[in-house]
Design a protein around this ligand. Structure first.
Ligand SMILES: [Zn+2]
Length: 287
């Protein structure tokens, strides 16, 4: 058996296209390898030259940042609550060669639970002017989430904006006054009225506005397709266009908009997909 090994190696060598031999194939890892609906995976690519690789996930560019100490590029890939379970292909192209490498990733169905909420009737049964307002606000937010700055401003670990525990998790189906509405697109963190709210990472303030459902809201564009959202604030301490550092005080928590009491609603959009922010923070802890 041992005598036949060189012949076998020779056979595989000629089968491999130029640039894709086992020795030059990039070292690409995704942690965890299987991603649930609404969850995030950490992508790392071992450095092979100085130029940044190009990564396409679900038809969109994935931003990578450099970790010089560990000799890798890293970034996030995610699936939202509406991503159909199944196999998806991640495409990677290194600047140093012409071959495209791919990795198959499984998206699993995930049950995020259910919550029942009771709010005043006028907060769910909207009159025509309110409905118009809500649709305008929703279009405005959608525009911000699909127009991220190309270059990442974020780095290292992502942090929780307030220290409070999760009082309502990400993704749970929402039964509001007995009717099923959109699932929860972020997490609700326990925060007494007036608690300072910190930026989860560095970025540019993309929105400061008082919206019908989300109340006084701040959105930060972290670049590279990632934005973070802070809703129901009682006070905003930043202005649109301002560059904020990780941990900067963006405002104070409150209960403005459709809220049953003071808390912070915290959300993260990754390439236009709402993902579990706690999940993203946890997987960034390795940096
Ligand atoms: Zn919420």
């Amino acid at each position: 058996m041992r005598k036949r090994t060189p012949l076998l190696l020779l056979f595989f060598f000629f089968l491999c296209p130029v640039g894709a031999s086992p020795s030059s194939a990039p070292d690409i890892t995704i942690t965890p390898f299987k991603i649930g609906q609404g969850e995030v995976g950490l992508l790392t690519i071992r450095k092979n030259g100085e130029a940044k690789p190009k990564v396409i996930w679900m038809g969109k560019n994935t931003a990578l940042i450099e970790d010089k100490k560990n000799g890798i590029w890293w970034g996030f890939i995610g699936a939202d609550l509406t991503t159909r379970p199944g196999r998806y292909t991640l495409h990677v192209r290194l600047a140093s060669d012409h071959d495209q490498y791919s990795k198959t990733i499984r998206i699993l169905s995930k049950d995020h639970g259910i919550r029942h909420v009771t709010v005043p009737r006028e907060m769910v049964e909207l009159d025509a002017p309110t409905l118009k307002r809500v649709m305008q606000e929703s279009r405005k937010v959608r525009g911000i989430l699909t127009r991220s700055d190309e270059y990442p401003l974020w780095s290292g670990r992502w942090i929780l904006p307030v220290a409070g525990r999760v009082v309502c998790p990400f993704g749970c189906r929402s039964i509001i006054n007995g009717v099923e509405r959109s699932p929860h697109s972020g997490v609700d963190l326990k925060a007494a009225e007036g608690t300072p709210v910190m930026a989860t990472n560095k970025g540019t303030v993309a929105l400061v506005a008082n919206h019908f459902f989300s109340g006084l809201s701040v959105i930060i564009d972290h670049g590279g397709g990632i934005q973070s959202m802070y809703f129901h604030l009682s006070k905003a301490l930043v202005r649109i266009g301002e560059l904020v550092e990780k941990g900067a005080n963006l405002g104070l928590s409150g209960s403005t908009g459709r809220a049953t009491g003071p808390h912070l609603h915290f959300g993260i959009s990754l390439n236009g997909r709402m993902v579990n922010p706690i999940n993203l923070i946890q997987i960034s802890r390795r940096f």
